[in-house]
Ligand binder design. Structure first.
Ligand SMILES: Cc1ncc(COP(=O)(O)O)c(C=O)c1O
Length: 476
């Protein structure tokens, strides 16, 4: 009886959540309300397939195999220039640094460097990759909560623009290497403010740890205290969060000037900016899925644009640095805001398993091994091979991995798909590629579409690639 009452209350609450979502969605322009393919610059081909820049994505899947990552170079570079342009219009000394961890495909990184971006790296490998892509040290920013000694050495030897330290030990290492190469190294401190990520990240302003770091840097003749860095989180859609953190940073920078005579030359306010077409799920989405509903999709109007962020942030910076000639360089490290919508993931249906509860099960050829963020985010999924067909009933979509958590999405309204049909998971450009894993399957290929021309930018892993580093123990 008690259980029944609980179920009824839960269902009533879920109906309220759904009604509220429907009410807000109904007020949106049709393209946003329907999360139309045009939001990603996609079209429907005459064959009724999803197309991008005139390329039929179903044919592309047939030619290159699936799972397949597809990058839209124009959208990537447009996202970059729109973000940068919004800030540069108000604060010309703004630069963006490409967050390597968000999407480490060299083809993607090179396209962003071609557009003018710095590199933001958090490991010795990423630093090596930036150098290998031809970036000079002065365009590389070194971050990360745990910098290995080898990485700090390479950073100093490469003359990187700045090393943003996360702990006091990194200051000593940087100073040691700077003395060895006889070159003063610019150093910043990743600050922890009253909002955003803390734990293993950065040094806290309130606890005095950040002040101690600046005191230590100021005492090192071969280091120059030059920067302040924050990175608040990811998928953030709140201007007040940034404003609050940045205000605290700027006040702290004033304190450091007064106490140690430190001139901040770079204000790096990190990344974290959410994207309009991806929703970070909450507990209600989990409950909705458990009760046979799809999780809620993003409401695109909830996400501030780069221009919405630029005005209040630049106003704050200008208030602290009124003289444009001596004002610091402003840097952002937007990852997903640049790469997310510029990439999609194609998956093929392997089979359809009818069920008795009205929700059929589709098994596709890629699961969590290629789409880890689908664990916590809602992404728009199109039936790429049947764009003109109406949805009939609901489907759960599972990957091929042999564990129950291998879920792409649940309770999706889809046309009657069968083996050979192709799905497109949109917004696959952030944290999909770096989270890929070899779970019984090779990692996927990636292609880039540039003005309608397709290039392979990553080959599909071969079986031999998977075992390349392995050896059988020597026979005794
Ligand atoms: C230091 C730093 N900068 C930038 C980013 C990019 O974040 P996002 O993709 O949320 O913009 C991250 C991601 O974790 C990060 O740790």
């Amino acid at each position: 009886m008690l259980n029944l009452a609980r179920q009824l209350i839960k269902r009533a609450l879920l109906r309220r959540v759904l009604a509220e979502d429907a009410r807000r969605r109904a007020a949106l322009p049709a393209e946003w309300r329907d999360m139309a393919a045009s939001l990603w610059g996609c079209e429907t081909t005459t064959a009724g397939h999803l197309g991008l820049q005139g390329v039929d994505l179903v044919e592309l899947a047939a030619r290159h195999g699936t799972p397949l990552q597809v990058v839209d170079k124009q959208r990537l570079q447009r996202n970059y220039s729109e973000f940068l342009g919004a800030f540069q219009a108000l604060y010309p000394r703004t630069q963006l640094a490409t967050s390597y961890k968000t999407n480490p495909l060299p083809g993607v990184l090179a396209a962003l460097h071609e557009a003018g971006s710095y590199a933001e790296v958090i490991s010795e490998f990423e630093l090596w990759l930036a150098l290998r892509l031809g970036l000079p040290g002065e365009r590389i920013i070194v971050n990360g909560p745990g910098k290995a000694p080898g990485g700090i050495r390479l950073a100093v030897e490469s003359g990187v623009r700045i090393i943003n330290v996360d702990s006091l030990y990194e200051i000593e290492l940087a100073a040691e290497h700077a003395a060895r190469v006889k070159r003063v190294q610019d150093v910043g401190v990743r600050l922890v403010t009253s909002v955003g990520w803390s734990s293993q990240f950065g040094l806290n302003i309130a606890s005095g740890a950040a002040r101690e770091a600046f005191a230590k840097i100021a005492a090192q003749p071969m280091l120059r205290a030059a920067g302040i860095h924050i990175h608040l989180g990811t998928g953030i859609k709140s201007i007040p969060t940034y404003v609050r953190a940045i205000r605290e940073c700027l006040e702290f920078a004033d304190d450091m000037r007064r106490e140690f005579g430190i001139t901040i030359r770079m204000l790096d306010f990190g990344g974290g900016f959410g994207v309009p077409t991806v929703r970070t799920r909450d507990a209600w989405d989990g409950r909705l899925m458990a009760f046979g509903h799809p999780a809620r999709q993003a409401l695109p109007g909830d996400c501030p644009s780069p221009a919405d962020y630029a005005k209040p942030i630049v106003d704050l910076v200008r208030a602290h640095y009124p003289d444009a000639a001596t004002a610091p360089e402003l840097v952002f490290e937007p990852g997903r805001a640049i790469t997310s919508s510029a990439q999609l993931l194609l998956l093929s249906v392997l089979t359809r398993k009818p069920s008795t509860d009205g929700v059929d099960n589709l098994i596709v050829d890629g699961g969590k091994n290629v789409s880890m963020p689908l664990e916590w985010e809602s992404h728009r999924i199109f039936a790429a091979s049947r764009m003109n067909d109406a949805a009939v009933g609901k489907c759960n979509v599972y990957g091929p991995l042999c564990h129950p958590g291998d879920i792409i999405d649940r309770n999706l309204a889809l046309p009657p798909l069968a083996a050979g049909d192709v799905l497109a998971v949109m917004d696959a450009g952030a944290y999909f590629t770096p989270n890929e894993m070899v779970f019984s399957n090779p990692r996927p290929a990636a292609v880039m579409i540039d003005a309608g021309q397709v290039s392979v930018i990553r080959d599909r892993e071969t079986f031999a690639d998977i075992v390349r580093r392995d050896a059988l123990p020597a026979e005794s």
